[in-house]
Each structure stands twice: as structure tokens, then as C-alpha cells.
Design a protein around this ligand. Structure first.
Ligand code: BGC
Length: 453
């Protein structure tokens, strides 16, 4: 049962990555098909993060209200799955550009919905000891989804069949629906709604609990003091502010590093630097996706070995240098620019994926006091999607007006700011228990002084 629950998280992450990746190979084709301008391309690419931003804004505010009582997690994830299938098919059949944009916004809504409700479901269902690992598994699933998105691009590139590329997104949506159908509603939510007997049944099934009644009693004790009653004032209290700053800024910097410009526009960047055939551009993108995925596996090990701060230094330094190399290469129109840019992009992705990719996700689940965690994570996700949207929307117009090299320099500057921010603000949470982090904040000690390193 626990594995089935974990795989639901994985599928939700996979869908997130798939829908980010699949658009990359489609943009070029659609440009010709619908005669799109640079601005149109930006709008189409950023429709997905815009939808997800909407969903996270709505859910972010609803998590801290009583509404959480009424909507079951399972019901919400099933609804997200239906939206995934429906919007993938709608995109595939779209007769014109604006309907396509609308379908992508709906896919974004599904991603945002699943992105908030799945971690909530998992956090409620899983024992604490495996929760941390699931956060990393979620990030890994995103990167696997991206590679699959690129592979689907490659498979259909010769027939230039963008409709099939979109349609294939319905399959993982269907798998999510079927998987979730067989899973029970969260027992904590059932207790929240006074469905005692059903909750006992679920707990019996999943936790191999020795004393179900005792566990239920314990949950009932805590449940009414928890995040559902959090007020906005509490999350902005001076004591929590340092945690909020770290969680938000790490996502702002993650997105400002330009990662999704590479993920969403990889084939067109490879075209700009001299890869002429459509298939080679997409094949090079599959390489980007593969490095992203493999480096994430490495990150899962390195994060506990080196710690968050050291790894962030390595990540931000590496992305700064590689972005500068690409910028310099394009500015000077260097000889062998295609290969220089290809290798630098691979290195950039490596530095991102071992550090800036997973660390914000992990730290947002660590730094908040326990009763404010869901609200805090909701706000951090809003930053993630908001800046994802901004960066992806503005890229084509920025390249047109100030050129690829200057645009990349902007992202490189963000990475330098990342280095400075890490030095002054980011705490080392490696090996520190969540209780100790809360305690540290409660005593109003600067978050930065936590841990070693
Ligand atoms: C980011 C996504 C990004 C992905 C790339 C994630 O950590 O939040 O926006 O597309 O990494 O692997």
C-alpha cells in the first residue's frame, strides 16, 4: 500500500515534468503551423506555469482556511487527473492558437492542483521516516517526466505530429486516475470530518499500526490545533520570517537562474547556436533531459553527504560560469559555437540538477515550524510558479530585443546573487531534526546560525 501511495506522488511529479518537456519540441513546429510571433511563443510556453500559478494561489489561500475540511485529498487528486486527460486531448485537437493556450492553462491548473494536494496527501498518509525521501523522489520524477517529454518529441518529430505529442500526455493522466481510484481517502482528513470508523479502516490498512484506536486518539488530539487554523499573521510573524525568506528566495533564484528557459526552449536555443536539423536539436535536448535526471540521482546522495550550503555554492558558481560561457560564445560568435554551447549547456544542467533543482524543494519542507509547514510551502510554491511564468514568458521577447547573450548574462547575475544569498541567509539543515529547527526559530535565533557549515 505504501508503495502505491509513493507511486502516486511519482506520477504527479512525472506529469509536471512531462508537460514542461513536451512543449519544447512543439514550439518550433507550431510557430510555422500557426504563424506565431515571438510574443505568441512566450505566451504559449508560459500558459502552463500560469495555470499552475492560478491553482497554487487559490489553493495556497484555501489551505489556511476552513475549506480544507470540505475537500478530500483523494477527490482533489482524482479531479486533477481528469483535468490532465481532458486538457491533453483538448490541446491535441485544438483548432486554433487561443484554444491551445487555454488547454495548456488547464493542464497548468491540474499540475498546480496535483502539486499541492499530492504532497499533502502523502504527508498525511506516510510515516515521518519516509517523508523526506519522498520529497527527493518527487523531484526525480519531474526530471524523468522531462526526459519522456523530449523523447515523445523525438518520436513524432519526423511526422511533425504535434497533435500526437500533446495527446500522449493523456496516458500518465489516466494512470494517475486509475492508481488514485484504488487508494483510500486520507485518514487524517476523514478524522477531520468525524468519519471515525472509515479512518480506522484506512489506518489499519496502511500503517500496520499496533493500536489503531490509540493512534486515532492521538491524531484527533493534535488535528484541531494544526495548520488548518493558521492565520496569515502567524506566517508573517518575525520569528517565522527568516524561514519564509529562505523558502521564497530559493525558488525565486532557482527560476531566475534561467532553468526553464533551457527546459522549455532547448531545441530553439540549439537551433540559434548552429544545430541545423530539427531532429538533432531535439536529440540534443534529450541529452539535456538525461543529464538533468542522472544528476538528480547524484544530488539525492550528495545533499546528505555535503550538506545544503556547500552544494548551493557549487551549484550557483557552476551555473554562473556556464551561463557566462554561453553568453560569451554567442556574443563573439566563437568558432565551434554549437559544440561549445552544447557542452556548456550540459554542464549548466549538471550544476543545476545537483543543487538548485532539489534543494529549494527539500528546504521548503524543512525550515518552517511544523504547524505552519503547509502554509509556508504553499507560499513558496507560488514563488516557484510565479517566477517560472515570468522567465518563460519574457524569454523570446528578451532575445529579440537584447539578444541571447545579454539575456543569459541576466540569469548569470541572478546566480551570483544566489551565492551571496546563500552565504548570508541559508542555514545548514543537514542532520538537524525538524523539531530542532522549530526550536531554533522559537528562540528567535538567526536561522543562518543553524547547523554546521
Ligand atoms: C523546478 C522546475 C524545473 C525542474 C527542472 C524543478 O526543481 O521547480 O521549475 O523545471 O526543476 O528539473
Amino acid at each position: 500500500m505504501i508503495y502505491l501511495i509513493a507511486s502516486v506522488a511519482a506520477i504527479a511529479g512525472f506529469l509536471f515534468g512531462f508537460d514542461e518537456g513536451v512543449i519544447a519540441g512543439i514550439l518550433g513546429v507550431l510557430k510555422a503551423h500557426f504563424h506565431l510571433s515571438k510574443t505568441d511563443i512566450g505566451i504559449l510556453a508560459s500558459a502552463l506555469p500560469l495555470g499552475a500559478l492560478f491553482a497554487s494561489l487559490i489553493l495556497g489561500s484555501y489551505i489556511s482556511t476552513k475549506l480544507t475540511y470540505y475537500v478530500g485529498r483523494r477527490t482533489a487528486i482524482l479531479a486533477a487527473a481528469v483535468l490532465f486527460v481532458f486538457s491533453a486531448l483538448a490541446a491535441a485537437l485544438a483548432p486554433n492558437y487561443w484554444l491551445l493556450v487555454t488547454a495548456r492553462v488547464v493542464t497548468g491548473l491540474a499540475i498546480g492542483l496535483a502539486g499541492v494536494m499530492t504532497p499533502l496527501y502523502i504527508a498525511e498518509m506516510m510515516p515521518a521516516r519516509v517523508r523526506g525521501r519522498l520529497v527527493s523522489a518527487y523531484q526525480l520524477a519531474i526530471t524523468i517526466g522531462i526526459v519522456f517529454g523530449y523523447i515523445v518529441n523525438y518520436l513524432f518529430v519526423y511526422g511533425v505530429n504535434w497533435r500526437w505529442m500533446f495527446a500522449s500526455g493523456a496516458i500518465p493522466g489516466l494512470v494517475l486516475f486509475v492508481g488514485m481510484w484504488f487508494l483510500p481517502e486520507s485518514h487524517r482528513w476523514l478524522l477531520l470530518n468525524n468519519k471515525h470508523d472509515k479512518a480506522a479502516e484506512v489506518l489499519d490498512k496502511i500503517h500496520t499500526s499496533k493500536d489503531v484506536e490509540h493512534d486515532i486518539h492521538e491524531i484527533e488530539e493534535t488535528i484541531h490545533h494544526e495548520e488548518n487554523l493558521v492565520r496569515w499573521r502567524e506566517i508573517l510573524a518575525p520569528m517565522v520570517r527568516p524561514a519564509l525568506l529562505v523558502a521564497m528566495m530559493l525558488f525565486v533564484l532557482q527560476q531566475m537562474s534561467g532553468i526553464n528557459v533551457v527546459i522549455y526552449y532547448a531545441p530553439s536555443i540549439f537551433k540559434d547556436v548552429g544545430f541545423s536539423s530539427n531532429a538533432t536539436q531535439i536529440l540534443a535536448s534529450v541529452g539535456v533531459g538525461a543529464v538533468n535526471m542522472l544528476s538528480t540521482v547524484l544530488a539525492m546522495w550528495l545533499i546528505e553527504k555535503l550538506g545544503r550550503r556547500k552544494l548551493l555554492y557549487i551549484g550557483f558558481a557552476g551555473t554562473t560560469i556556464t551561463l557566462a560561457i554561453i553568453a560569451l560564445g554567442t556574443y563573439t560568435q566563437a568558432q565551434y559555437l554549437d559544440w561549445i554551447a552544447f557542452i556548456a549547456t550540459m554542464a549548466y544542467i549538471f550544476f543545476f540538477a545537483v543543487s538548485l533543482g532539489p534543494i529549494p524543494h527539500i528546504m521548503m519542507s524543512e525550515v518552517f515550524p511544523i504547524h505552519l509547514r503547509n502554509t509556508g510551502m504553499g507560499i513558496a510554491s507560488i514563488c516557484n510558479w510565479g517566477f517560472n511564468f515570468l522567465v518563460v514568458l519574457t524569454f523570446p521577447d528578451l532575445v529579440r530585443s537584447i539578444g541571447l547573450s545579454t539575456t543569459f548574462i541576466i540569469y548569470a547575475v541572478a546566480c551570483v546573487i544566489g551565492l551571496v544569498f546563500t552565504y548570508f541567509y541559508v542555514p545548514e539543515t543537514k542532520g538537524v531534526s525538524l523539531e530542532a529547527i522549530t526550536e531554533h526559530l522559537l528562540h528567535r535565533k538567526p536561522l543562518r546560525t543553524l547547523g554546521k557549515g
